[in-house]
Ligand binder design. Structure first.
Ligand code: FES
Length: 142
């Protein structure tokens, strides 16, 4: 198993997310690291797309995804997802779960440890397709 360092736990905002891009299933996919304090570790990595419609949760600005009470809030219709499980129990995305990839924390650093995904770079994916997502040139904060 390949283990790639993503960032430090400190760099993952308490309220917000740390955006990164991986190569998965032959294409580039965005994921976000979010804080989750439970026995399985302090962070999780979820796919940066709402399960209802293809809306990005972290639009690559400021501290990333909107959060409230330990939940990631979808900016389009307001469904919120648990930062530990990725599960949504409300709104349009009700009874769905954000896909996740495996990360591990060691000595204050976060590592990608998922065989399905290869780390590409921090930040949004480069605009190489026409899936409606904005070009990376519109993102601030990197
Ligand atoms: S697109 Fe996220 S709740 Fe509709």
């Amino acid at each position: 198993m390949v283990k790639t360092r993503l960032t430090s736990v400190e760099d993952v905002p308490e309220t917000g997310s740390w955006l990164f891009t991986v190569r998965q299933h032959g294409g580039d996919e965005e994921y976000i690291l979010v804080r989750c304090d439970d026995e399985r570790g302090p962070v999780r990595a979820f796919r940066n797309v709402c399960t209802h419609e293809p809306e990005r949760l972290d639009r690559g600005v400021g501290n990333g995804a909107a959060m409230r009470d330990g939940e990631i809030i979808c900016p389009r219709h307001g469904s919120s997802f648990d930062t530990c499980s990725g599960y949504c129990d409300n709104g349009d995305a009700r009874e769905t779960t954000l896909p996740s990839i495996d990360v591990e924390v060691q000595g204050g650093d976060v590592y990608l440890v998922d065989d399905s995904a290869t780390f590409r770079h921090a930040g949004p994916k480069e605009d190489e397709d026409d899936d409606g997502m904005p070009s990376s040139t519109s993102h601030l904060g990197f």
